[in-house]
Design a binder for this molecule. Structure first.
Ligand code: SAM
Ligand code: SF4
Ligand code: SF4
Length: 374
């Protein structure tokens, strides 16, 4: 029997709370480093470019909520490419070196290559090239891989939850075939959008039998599969702890099949723990957001489709940056507002998830993954 959920509001009508950021009185030039209350720097900006998607993954946009009556944002509410680029520049001046475009399905946003081109030109404080990446369900990737690369995209992450076709079709819930995702991945490889990462959300009892087959399929290809614990993000995916398969079990299953050994992280704050095959056939990653919180290193900020800033994937409230972007404020004023928001940050939801009262307080109001991106 499914758990009955009493909705506090109708998700179709729901728009999230936001606060208007305040502009500090004393304005300072950004110096490439801003730290929050726990000393965490701001390195990683995720930008959601659309709240729409052509998939209905059961753990993200379940059909019964995201149906024909669901009210997606009208175009006028979305940040324009110029507004996104302006915002990105302000973040990069605070030390952001990595930008990920996400959604919804980012390749559904019209002329996304144009935005990639605009972002790829932003110079970082360190002088290193901006790490500009995109997470996609790959449905349009075969068509767009080359133009994205030409526009300056560094690499892509592709979501694929099973290598078994019927299982994948059940999970995306729109009958999309594995073969079409694989074609997108091949096109990305041919275009040189490497290293390609494949993200698999693992739901116990739904696709956990796909862990070893996915590892087997991508071993030796240079593609890194990352196994993600099913998260209690949003309020519509009927998350239950007993459907979370701990990453430790993912590692032991793949280790038993092929032999694994741990690797050092690429950088501090990396979300995935890295493992490599003992026989040299490449590496995998596990993202244990539920069983092993990594808030201590979290340097990520998220910009929603309509220009709200979120300090945590599990936030219930954002900051209405669009009001400043459209309100006639200068770059320096907005830059200082952003710095003030980050400096006051102490978010650490994953560390508190075990506390039932924290979980209950947020349960019905967390932002949806399709609104804020992964
Ligand atoms: N549509 C694109 C895609 O699927 O790659 C980008 C947006 S999607 C929201 C970003 C990532 O979030 C995907 O890799 C997806 O699998 C992951 N995701 C969505 N809901 C999740 C959940 N409840 N738990 C864990 N990961 C989730
Ligand atoms: Fe769409 Fe990505 Fe969510 Fe699946 S995970 S429904 S592809 S936004
Ligand atoms: Fe970062 Fe929030 Fe996730 Fe913790 S729970 S790692 S603060 S996004």
């Amino acid at each position: 029997m499914t758990e009955s959920v009493i909705p506090i509001f109708d998700l179709r009508e729901h728009r999230y709370h936001s606060m208007r950021p305040s502009i500090p009185e004393q304005l300072q030039q950004p110096d490439g480093l801003v730290a929050d209350l726990r000393g965490r720097p701001l390195h990683d900006l995720r930008i959601s470019v659309t709240d729409r998607c052509n998939f209905r993954c059961v753990y993200c946009m379940p059909k019964e909520v995201f149906d024909k009556d669901y009210r997606f944002l009208p175009h006028s509410e979305l940040l324009s490419f110029e507004e996104i680029e302006r915002t990105a520049r302000l973040f990069v001046a605070h030390g952001v070196e990595k930008i990920r475009l996400t959604g919804g399905e980012p390749l559904l946003r019209k002329n996304i290559e144009k935005l990639v081109d605009m972002l790829a030109r932003i110079p970082t404080v360190s002088g290193r090239p901006l790490d500009l990446t995109l997470t996609t369900n790959a449905s349009l990737l075969a068509r767009k891989a080359t133009s994205l690369r030409d526009a300056g995209l560094s690499r892509v992450s592709v979501s694929l939850d099973a290598i078994d076709d019927p299982t994948f079709r059940r999970m995306n819930d729109v009958d999309f075939a594995v073969a079409d995702v694989l074609r997108g991945i091949e096109a990305a490889q041919a275009a040189g959008l490497a290293p390609i990462k494949v993200n698999m959300v693992v739901k116990r009892g739904t696709n956990d039998d796909q862990i070893v087959p996915m590892a087997r399929h991508f071993r030796g290809t240079g593609i890194i599969v990352r196994f993600i614990e099913f998260m209690d993000v949003g309020a519509s995916n009927h998350w239950r702890m007993d459907e979370v398969l701990p990453s430790s079990e993912v590692v032991s299953r793949i280790d038993a099949a092929f032999g694994l050994e741990p690797m050092d992280p690429n950088y501090s704050g990396e979300t995935a723990k890295r493992w490599r095959y003992r026989d040299g056939a490449g590496e995998i990653g596990v993202i244990s957001s539920v069983t092993q919180a990594f808030c201590g290193d979290c340097s990520r900020i998220r910009l929603s489709t309509e220009g709200r800033l979120y300090l945590c994937l599990f936030a219930t409230e954002g900051y209405d940056l669009r009001a400043l972007l459209r309100g006639g404020y200068s770059d320096l004023q907005i830059s200082n507002a952003i710095a003030a928001i980050w400096r006051a940050r102490q978010d650490n939801y994953s560390e508190q998830r075990g506390n039932p009262s924290v979980r209950a307080a947020r349960a019905a109001q967390k932002i949806e993954m399709s609104y804020i991106g992964g």
